[in-house]
Ligand binder design. Structure first.
Ligand SMILES: [Zn+2]
Length: 645
């Protein structure tokens, strides 16, 4: 694990123009450099690099970020991989945290697991191609279903014979540790083979390492499960695995779309027919981790399911998660009791494409239509349906998308749009309220983890501010100052602006309306407590993409200034061209406004406690506290609006 200060050293050393130049031919244009965007096809340059801000931004496809982000994007690296890559380029030695005894044992175990899984795959594969049983039963099964040898090779398919312990015996003979065989579930507790008389589908992680197996039983024994999977281990987590992703990921990126199917053979069939951007969630509903895996490669998912009712139900499971994660979801229902496997074999590549061209529908609109038709002549059902639809739309965090869906839903349901908007906003408020503050920011407590894991822990797209309240406007302004000017000295002291801000807002942090802003302030607080500084570079190269985006937004988009805001909110909105030269007065004013608002909430909270427990022993203390805060609030009021007392 890389030490924090090493990470910051790399981030501070990395010059965006030097890094981009390795991939893009850049030309000077004013204070910026421009070139052809490496992330989308274009003939005239819309890709811009700002050496002074140390960021890049493409005005064509919208991609933007800092040096670390650029490397992550172009090399498809994780955050940690990008840091290692840049450290090498800038010859910075990374200080690694020492592994504990336990870490080391775990690492050894993982190595052993990988070796054994590799061996098991070769063993089963060999049985499929070279044993009589494998050829007669296994190969025959696939041949009958039209699979080519090359496809079986590609997916590493194997066969487990119907013998009690042939695999286990041979493994022990070869010197593999029986405890590891048991832990991987290849051998059961009686030291017999786990997979018997089954076709073996190896399960790979996204880099193509075998991490486990699924076995489909041959013959028609009714009493045993058709499919069994390896148990979870340190290398295999079912919820984090998508079948076929290691083969599909490049094509998913190229097509900017991923087909999602139910079965292993569906994936294999489509792949064989030339449709390679396809994965299966292995029969379960999509999990959050699987969605994050997909999101690394595309934001569009097309679900292909059987057209019967079960298929529709299956498509609904997990849909809320996908919507919430901001993916575009389409659906196509395979007709005539077919599945993707049988359909493509019957109709071929072209027939399949034709089907997709006409049958792919926006999932949310599809669902609205479906619910609408079901409830046409049933007023009671209809009001339930409207609520259900609004609930789904409320989960969409992108405000533009959300309003588009509301428009369309109003048309389909023949209702005034305003009714839907109002009811949607109610859901959004409810959702926000139901999350406890602790829940909203608990994931940030351990910011070590953020560095180690570039998945978007904690922030999870919560930066989209809907219904921006007056409080949120101030919270955002505070974050803007922290990001752009946090590292500036505070009034000729040895402290920074960030120190000053944190000291002033730490007590009111739990009253923040917007959990994302609260988490960002908490993040800075954690840094300061460790005596680490935060500068603009830190945010623009943050492992969480949403933090990067916000930093870019602050530094590149001119603020739309409203005179009204200055008198109403005391926000000066960065009138100067360079966002970093805030003056101390402005910062003080923003903090005072925010505190004034939050103290109102503190007082309300105390009022509630007092009225709920009028006879408790603490009530006198609570009243005292309330009066104290009222006094401070009144003083703030006079300061904020410059009223002489
Ligand atoms: Zn671009």
């Amino acid at each position: 694990m890389i030490q924090h200060n090493s990470v910051q050293k790399v981030i501070d050393a990395a010059r965006i123009e030097e890094i981009v130049r390795d991939y893009v031919d850049l030309k000077n244009r004013g204070s910026n450099l421009t070139g052809l965007c490496p992330f989308h096809k274009e003939k005239t340059p819309s890709f811009s690099v700002s050496p002074s801000k140390n960021i890049y931004k493409c005005f064509g496809c919208g991609k933007a970020g800092g040096a670390v982000d650029f490397i992550m994007e172009i090399e498809q690296y994780s955050f940690v991989e990008a840091i290692r890559f840049l450290a090498k380029k800038y010859q910075i030695e990374l200080e690694e945290k020492e592994l504990t005894q336990q870490d080391r044992a775990e690492e050894l175990e993982i190595q052993a697991f990988n070796i054994i899984n590799q061996w098991a795959q070769e063993y089963y594969k060999n049985k499929l191609w070279n044993s009589q049983e494998g050829k007669n039963i296994g190969l025959e099964y696939f041949k009958e279903r039209g699979f080519l040898d090359a496809t079986l090779e590609k997916f590493g398919i194997g066969f487990a014979a119907d013998t009690p312990s042939a695999f286990t015996q041979e493994s022990i003979q070869k010197g593999y540790n029986i405890d590891y065989l048991k832990k991987l579930g290849l051998t059961n507790s009686h030291e017999l083979d786990f997979f018997r008389n089954r076709i073996i589908f190896p399960l790979y992680n996204q880099t193509g390492k075998v991490i486990g197996f699924a076995g489909r039983v041959m013959g028609s024994e009714v009493k045993i499960a058709k499919y069994i999977n390896s148990p979870e281990s340190t290398v295999y987590k079912k919820s984090k695995t998508l079948f076929g992703l290691h083969l599909a990921k490049n094509e998913i990126r190229k097509q900017n779309n991923c087909y999602l199917v139910e079965g292993y053979t569906d994936v294999m069939s489509l792949n064989q027919a030339g449709i390679e951007n396809v994965v299966a969630s292995s029969g379960t509903a999509l999990t959050e981790d699987q969605i994050h895996l997909l999101k690394r490669h595309t934001h569009t998912v097309t679900i292909l399911y059987d057209g019967d009712n079960a298929g529709i139900k299956a498509a609904e499971r997990g849909i809320e998660l996908i919507v919430k994660e901001g993916l575009n979801v389409y659906v196509a229902l395979i007709p005539d009791k077919e599945d993707p496997d049988s359909f493509i074999k019957k109709h071929g590549y072209e027939g399949f494409q034709k089907f997709l061209n006409t049958e792919v529908k926006d999932f949310i609109l599809f669902k609205i239509q479906l619910l609408h038709q079901e409830s046409l002549n049933d007023p009671v059902k209809r009001s339930g349906v409207i609520q259900e639809i609004v609930q789904i739309i409320a989960k969409i965090e992108d405000t533009v998308k959300r309003s588009l869906y509301l428009q369309n839903a109003a048309k389909i349901l023949q209702l005034p749009e305003s009714t839907l908007i109002e009811s949607c906003n109610n859901y959004i408020r409810e959702n926000l309220k139901n999350k406890s503050f602790a829940e909203k920011r608990k994931t940030l407590a351990n910011d070590e983890k953020i560095i180690e894991d570039q998945k978007e822990i904690g922030f999870k797209k919560q930066n989209q501010t809907f219904l921006e309240t007056g409080d949120e406007i101030h919270e955002k302004e505070l974050v803007r100052i922290l990001m752009l000017a946090g590292n500036n000295p505070w009034k000729n002291t040895e402290f920074t602006v960030a120190h000053y801000i944190i000291e002033n807002v730490v007590d009111i942090l739990e009253y923040f309306d917007n959990p994302f802003y609260a988490m960002l302030v908490q993040d800075v607080l954690n840094k300061i407590q460790k005596n680490e500084s935060v500068n603009f570079n830190y945010f623009v190269n943050h492992p969480t993409k949403h933090v990067t985006n916000l930093a870019i937004e602050f530094s590149t988009f001119p603020y739309i200034y409203s005179e009204n805001w200055e008198s109403k909110y005391g926000i000066f909105l960065n009138k100067k061209s360079n966002g970093t030269d805030y003056i101390d007065d402005e910062i003080e004013t923003v903090i005072k406004h925010l505190k004034f608002r939050k103290f109102n909430k503190v007082i309300q909270n105390l009022d509630k406690q007092i009225s709920e427990n009028p006879n408790s022993e603490d009530v006198i203390e609570l009243i005292k506290a309330r009066e104290e805060i009222k006094k401070i609030k009144n003083k703030l009021f006079q300061e904020v609006w410059k009223i002489e007392s």
